[in-house]
Design a protein around this ligand. Structure first.
Ligand code: PPS
Length: 567
């Protein structure tokens, strides 16, 4: 039979209809918390029992116990804190003993939480204990340090609705539904495979080997909550899984989406995945190299040794009641045309291997993925969603002082792209945007940020839909520019062009007479005069137009874009 859920009982926090009516009535009077996407993932996994035996967000003593001893207070092994973070402002309005309404961004009521405890997040300690590093290049640490609120609230949850999903609804089954399905199919043994990447050849081989080893059927649990920046979007990944599904023996696997917010905590993450798999009814769980780990740090080094997650989880499998099937890296032997585990490769044999990261990079840069690395149907699905740079969307983001030449360069570049005519082009010039999209805004820091974010938002939509956006605001603040870059790079190309014409030259030109007015004190807070400009540290291009014609400058930009494959 399938193993019992972790802690003995499958938790179900969804309350019955009568209770829903009551909670809905009182919810209107309760303080509201709007959940982030990550928090909604946690609420969903708590509500459906994927996080059994947890019945809500952790209180302080539980949090401390997980950090220090990796245990819940009842002694069960538990690797990661499941906490609800709030910012200081919200924290000041809350107190223990109070109930709060948990809503999604649209205001849809998901759950009522009964606060038992409000306590500070021990961020430094959490980073060390959970991630083993404080390096902000680690996406889990970055989130904890830079995005997560400073206060946690703990307490029981009564779930009213699961967060609504409109995609792949038939593939979103709860642990109890998967258990029932496996029972109906007469499956006694099920091996879980958790992944955030498409399944390529080595992963496929691995799952087949695991199924044979455990004489079990397969439960594929791809993460569709939060994965890592740069990952393929989940629509594309699910298309790939569906293709791969045809390669398994008939009726031997179930594909089910897991709305988990990955922490990417490597060893501790792997252990959590194994516990979740047990709750879904798995008797075995596959852990390969670098399970649950971010790609690499800034020096190209892995955050955790390849075997760390596997060895860690194996050490605990007796405690968590699911058998870990740890596998070494699989390498391709070109002469033999087969995959083997690293320890089964004779010394001196030539081997090849591609990580998920390598394949992502190749797809995104339009390079070939050899057939030994993946399957033709997977490569084709990926190529369709992630075309080569020549067919991707692109944003050229000019930044620089007033009068530096941004608008002129942007206009010439616009004309060149229109002449090429292979993609729709939109010009978002600073002045033009301020006449319509940002008409009501001033030049305060706050308003400049809003203005630049709006431009970034429009540019990201254009880039997503494979057009070209040319932006030319001053955009004086580095962090806002970085934020926009991140958003746009998810969808296509981003080239920051710093028009670095020195202020003396801009002021000499003073085409609009603005510098003269600023110097005379008629305009306050003018960039470069009495307002800051933070020059980009590593723009794709830096152009000083002092001794250059605009046409020459644009030629440099086009050459750069050509080199990168965008035109
Ligand atoms: S920002 O900082 O990115 O929001 O600025 P932006 O939207 O690009 O607007 C810059 C243009 O507005 C004119 N202008 C000022 N610039 C800077 N500081 C102050 N206080 C200011 N007031 C008006 C200025 O002419 C800029 O035009 P460009 O085309 O850059 O010369």
């Amino acid at each position: 039979d399938a193993p019992a859920p972790y802690g003995g009982e499958l938790v179900n926090l969804l309350v019955d209809d009568e209770r829903i009516e009551l909670l809905k009535k009182i919810a209107g009077k309760l303080t509201e918390l709007t959940l982030t996407d990550r928090q909604m993932c946690d609420v969903e996994l708590l509500a459906t029992g994927a996080f059994s035996p947890l019945r809500g967000f952790m209180v302080q003593s539980e949090y401390a116990s997980v950090l220090d001893r990796m245990q819940l207070q009842n002694g069960l092994v538990w690797p990661l804190p499941i906490c609800l973070d709030v910012n200081d402002l919200a924290a000041r309005t809350l107190e223990a003993g109070q109930s709060v309404a948990l809503r999604d961004a649209e205001g849809f009521l998901l759950a009522v939480m009964h606060i038992e405890d409000i306590f500070p997040a021990e961020k430094e300690k959490e980073a060390e204990k959970i991630y083993g590093t404080r390096d902000p290049a680690h996406p889990g640490v970055d989130h904890l340090m830079n995005a997560c609120g400073d206060t946690y609230i703990g307490g029981r949850i009564e779930a009213i609705h699961l967060p609504p999903h409109f995609d792949f609804q038939r593939l979103r089954r709860s642990p109890v539904e998967i258990r029932q399905m496996a029972e109906k199919l007469g499956w006694n043994r099920m091996v879980g495979f958790h992944t955030r990447n498409p399944i390529h050849r080595p992963q496929f081989e691995l799952t087949l080997k695991a199924m044979r080893k455990a004489s079990a059927n397969l439960l594929l649990l791809p993460t569709v909550g939060i994965t890592m920046p740069g990952d393929f979007d989940h629509y594309t990944r699910i298309k790939c899984y569906r293709e791969i599904a045809k390669r398994y023996p008939p009726d031997a696997h179930i594909l089910n989406l897991l709305p988990l917010a990955n922490r990417m905590a490597g060893p501790r993450e792997a252990l959590l995945h194994a516990i979740i798999a047990r709750n879904f009814g798995c008797s075995h769980f596959i852990i390969g190299e670098h399970h649950g780990s971010p790609d690499t740090d800034q020096n190209g080094q892995p955050f955790y040794p390849g075997a760390a997650a596997r060895e860690f989880a194996e050490a605990f499998d007796g405690h968590i009641g699911i058998q870990i099937l740890g596998f070494q890296e699989m390498l391709y032997l070109p002469f033999e045309d087969e995959y083997r585990f690293a320890d089964q490769v004779p010394d001196g044999t030539q081997t090849l291997s591609f990580s998920g990261f390598d394949i992502r990079t190749r797809i995104r840069t339009g390079r070939k993925v050899p057939l030994w690395a993946s399957f033709p149907e997977v490569i084709s699905a990926l190529r369709k969603a992630y075309p080569p740079p020549r067919k991707q969307g692109l944003t050229v983001f000019f930044t620089g002082l007033s009068g530096a030449g941004k608008s002129t360069l942007a206009k010439i570049l616009y004309a060149r792209f229109m002449e090429l005519g292979d993609r729709p082009v939109t010009l978002l010039d600073g002045d033009i945007v301020r006449q319509n999209l940002s008409r009501e805004l001033s030049f305060s820091k706050e308003h400049r940020d809003i203005n630049v974010r709006r431009i970034g938002f429009v540019a990201s939509e254009i880039t997503k839909n494979r057009g070209i956006a040319i932006c030319a605001p001053i955009a004086p603040y580095a962090s806002t520019r970085t934020e926009i870059r991140r958003r746009i790079e998810e969808y296509g190309g981003f080239a920051e062009v710093h028009v670095a014409t020195p202020i003396e030259e801009c002021e000499k030109r003073d085409r609009k007479g603005m510098y003269a007015k600023a110097r005379a004190g008629l305009i306050k807070g003018f960039t470069g005069v009495d307002d800051p400009y933070e020059p980009p540290e590593c723009p794709e291009l830096r152009i000083d137009t002092t001794h250059m014609t605009p046409n020459e400058a644009v030629k440099d930009i086009l050459l750069f874009l050509g080199e990168k494959g965008y035109i």
